[in-house]
Design a protein. Structure first.
Length: 576
DNA sequence: GCCGTTTTCGGCCCGACTGTTTTCAGTCG
């Protein structure tokens, strides 16, 4: 959480420097560092200056500022900048279509520093008096102001994927000769996304009109021969780019991003005497294209193995590709079991047998039934007696079903003091125990971390469920020290869950990668509360791919015997 | 403000669309 605070301060510094018209490369340095810090897995406030400077993009000045923040809780440079402008000025900068130059003009020439003042200036015609401002610009700003009031901005990846799928289906029907692909953050599998990026390749004059006249278009933001943007109902922005078929690979590469990955790749191209853009890879000396049609050719020409889209985040994938050390990523087909599901015994919608058959239909060969424990009274959680009885029924039903093996488990609450909600002798009777937090989310970091570490220390805890408790776009993760949890899990042989509920996706990609790097096993589970829930497995697998995981890193890719043998309770027993 | 296979100075990714500009600046991705 402290990293995020530092990242936010650097971002604000960058914004303010931009309004001041400072050196753009200095501004970029702050933005790059902000991005790096936001995704760092180690707690930067605990790093020495030398450790900080070892991070790419952090030099003498920025390392000193991070140290300053760690020691004093603020950065003087940031405060000085804020004193030069009203803090509300940053709201203006974040409006669609308003950039730093416009903000500087608004503030410097008209004294406008809040959204309300800006709206008033538009309405009474004062905006048009400013240089470079006209009627259109005024309308644009009024629309952006209105949208800001209703638009949430980002969306869950699966929601965006669904909207993108419908749009693609429509476009393909309109222009069957043209190739359409989803690119951008959606192709990389990022957990939330701000817009839908579509690439079209081929020649067909109907592409752009078809796109802008799609029935779900709320309004058109921009329209040209090769690039258009629209706002869809529901708040999705969709962008379409059209390039010739011979540039398909280069355009796929370019528009998939991420920005950080592309900057590194272009840098590499330049060093090797090439220019890389969305049309192809060109020799700098002759201008001749040496790649463009196929995406993998771009990477090959630059001396790299093909990098899967999920890894293209500028987090070491280029170096790994150069050394031929990219992992063979897990895929949905590798998953054999699901280790987290609920039934009508607690807050699920289906009975044991229905869930078992649905799991089998979804292609799984084993399923752990893990209903809630008694602390979750609202969900009719199981006490020791009911848990044992429920386990007996799960095993009984499992014994007469073909094609699916049932495991009797529990999702046991971790109480606020770190003890488990059910007695050890009850947990010992079960096949698998998932331990989760569903209460007292607001504990301070030290207490929350201690609570989680106590749970890991319980010999009957096999898996930590949704370990950070975040709800995407809704609730921040609770203040658990994830690196400490990872170290403890590694030492104890406890697995960490990637929960597939689309608003959880918890662990997130960077934490799951940290766990993998430390040798912690991962379990990918749907947390299904109804028979349709097993379809969510693919989203957890996407997170796992973004975390560089291969099938060997994930326990539930094993056969049921292999899975059970990998559980902490069984591993420990043999080594004790 | 960062960084270095030619560099401790002089670079730093590149192109499309819009609006107000009569030749281009601002914004976005």
């Amino acid at each position: 959480m402290e990293n995020l605070a530092i990242a936010r301060v650097f971002e604000e510094i960058a914004d303010l420097l931009e309004i001041k018209g400072e050196n753009p490369f200095k501004i970029r340095a702050y933005r790059n560092a902000s991005e790096t810090i936001a995704h760092a897995t180690e707690q930067l406030s605990r790093c020495t200056e030398a450790q900080l400077r070892a991070i790419s993009g952090i030099g003498k000045e920025l390392a000193a500022k991070i140290r300053e923040f760690a020691e004093t809780g603020e950065i003087r440079y940031h405060r000085d900048l804020l004193e030069q402008f009203p803090p509300t000025i940053l709201d203006l900068l974040h409006l669609q279509g308003v950039g730093p130059k416009t903000v500087a003009l608004l503030y410097g020439q008209a004294g406008i520093s809040t959204l309300d003042e800006l709206e008033a200036a538009c309405r009474d015609g004062r905006l048009r008096e400013l240089k470079g401002m006209g009627k259109k610009k005024e309308e644009l700003i009024l629309k952006a102001l209105a949208e800001r009031k209703q638009r949430t901005g980002r969306h869950l990846m699966p929601d965006a994927a669904e909207a993108a799928g419908l749009l693609l289906e429509y476009l393909h029907a309109q222009c069957p000769e043209v190739n359409f692909s989803v690119v951008g953050s959606l192709r990389r599998g990022v957990d939330t996304t701000g817009d839908i990026d579509i690439l079209a390749t081929g020649v067909d004059p109907r592409v752009m009109p078809a796109f802008t006249s799609y029935k779900l278009v709320d309004r058109i933001l921009g329209q040209g021969d090769t690039k258009s943007s629209v706002l869809l109902w529901g708040g999705f922005q969709a962008d379409l780019r059209l390039v010739p078929e011979q540039s398909r690979g280069a355009a796929l590469q370019y528009f998939t991003g991420s920005k950080a990955h592309n900057i590194l790749l272009r840098d590499r191209a330049n060093l090797r005497g090439f220019k890389l853009n969305e049309y192809g890879l060109f020799r700098l000396d002759t201008g001749v294209a040496t790649a463009g049609q196929r995406e993998e050719d771009i990477y090959e020409q630059l001396g790299l193995a093909s990098i899967p889209p999920e890894l293209r985040e500028g987090r070491g994938e280029i170096e790994a590709a150069e050394r031929g050390e990219l992992p063979g990523l897990i895929s949905l087909d590798d998953i054999r079991g699901d280790i987290h599901a609920h039934t009508t015994a607690t807050d699920g919608r289906e009975d044991i047998e229905t869930m078992a058959l649905a799991a089998r239909d979804a292609g799984l060969s084993y399923l752990a039934i893990t209903d809630h424990s008694k602390a979750l009274a609202m969900a009719n959680g199981l006490d020791e007696h009911r848990a044992i009885e429920h386990a007996r029924r799960v095993r009984e039903i499992g014994s007469r079903l073909d094609g699916i093996t049932l495991l009797a488990g529990i999702e046991c609450d971790i109480k606020p003091d770190g003890t488990m909600d059910l007695a050890d002798d009850c947990l010992a009777e079960l096949d698998v125990v998932v331990a989760s937090i569903h209460s007292a989310f607001n504990q301070e970091a030290a207490q929350m971390t201690d609570r989680v570490l106590r749970a890991v220390a319980n010999p009957y805890v096999d898996i930590m469920g949704h370990p950070t408790g975040r709800l995407l776009l809704k609730r921040e993760p609770y203040k658990v020290d994830v690196p400490a949890l990872v170290d403890a899990a590694a030492a104890a042989g406890v697995a960490l869950e990637i929960n597939c509920q689309v608003d959880r996706l918890d662990l997130c990609d960077t934490h799951a990668k940290l766990a993998r790097d430390k040798g912690v096993k991962i379990v990918i589970s749907t947390d299904s509360h109804a028979k349709g829930g097993f379809r969510l497995m693919k989203w957890g697998v996407t997170v796992a791919r973004r975390a560089w995981l291969s099938a060997e890193d994930v326990l539930n890719t094993r056969t049921v015997e292999g899975f059970k043998a990998g559980l902490r309770r069984n591993v420990k027993r043999s080594s004790d």
